[in-house]
Design a protein around this ligand. Sequence first.
Ligand SMILES: N[C@@H](CCC(=O)N[C@@H](CS)C(=O)NCC(=O)O)C(=O)O
Length: 345
Amino acid sequence: MGAQHQNKTDALWKPGSFADADGHFRRPPPSFKNFITTDVDADFPAEVCRYVLYVHYACPWAHRALITRKLKGLDDIVEVVELDDKTPEIGWTFGGRTGPDKDPRYGFKYLKQLYEKAVPGWSGRSTVPALWDTKKETIVSNESTDIINMFYDKFDAFLPEEKREANKGETAIIPPSLKSEIATLNEWVYDGVNNGVYKTGFASTRDAYEESLFALFSSLDRLEEHLGDPAHQPYLYGKNITDADIRLFTTLIRFDAAYFTSFRCNLKMIRYEYPRLHLWLRNLYWDQSERTHGAFHSTVRFDLVSHTSGRKRARVDIPQYKEMYAYATVSKVIPKGPLPHILPL
Ligand SMILES: N[C@@H](CCC(=O)N[C@@H](CS)C(=O)NCC(=O)O)C(=O)O
């Protein structure tokens, strides 16, 4: 099987424009859909130090990959390269403020150049996370769901026995008996919450905004109810951290600090109105035990989360606030609170 990618300008995604003509945000599909396997003869076989993960710490999708890499103990197996700010014209940069000032391998200044190295004439979006193959010099995948699925078990041969998913049974990241239940939850959580905050924040009409906003908060209410079942405590599926926890965490840790203000997801805050979700979130964030290697805590950078989201333009057309939003956009002052960004346990 040859490398799979799609090289075309995303019809739904133009620089500076986030919503369709009807005001709804629609996420374009990922462009690189290859998969690392344990088969040594495959196009992308699992190997130590062959693959590099490109990330920005503000991005919740990249964050999933960072958590999984740490949780699985892949630090010495998959290298990470951190990007700096994004420019509206060219996208992610190697700026030296966060991460190196140029790509460590090729000296590039923009992530876009890495995409162009993979596919000459690349004209699509250059997104993080991107998993780079140093041997084939191409992008394996730029889809976070696929990347975390690869990290879950494809590198297990290089890990101690007890860290291998096949040996973990019901304590696996995706326990066999919960596979379909977790898949169902992931699906509505993706639509209502993970992507829901984006649909709310990038909506360009009041109707589209309200539609996503109310759907987002019904999904959060549903999650709060889910956590009310003793079988769903302290984590979403009991005593073990699963795929569902990883995916939800990266959105909720940004919620009060960024989405509430910048994406106008402001009907309720996690810390005040969702006691179970709040406890769930803090249990993960403050866990620095051997079991998690502090995977959740060490991968959160609140300074970048609020900085990057704070610059998103306010686009909802609410006449009374139009002037205020216009000013907020021009002034570029980043909202500070709530402080602290997360409360203690
Ligand atoms: N489907 C992708 C989405 C990744 C994505 O949208 N990343 C954003 C940052 S949060 C990005 O890199 N955007 C750059 C751009 O659109 O130019 C995934 O889950 O991996």
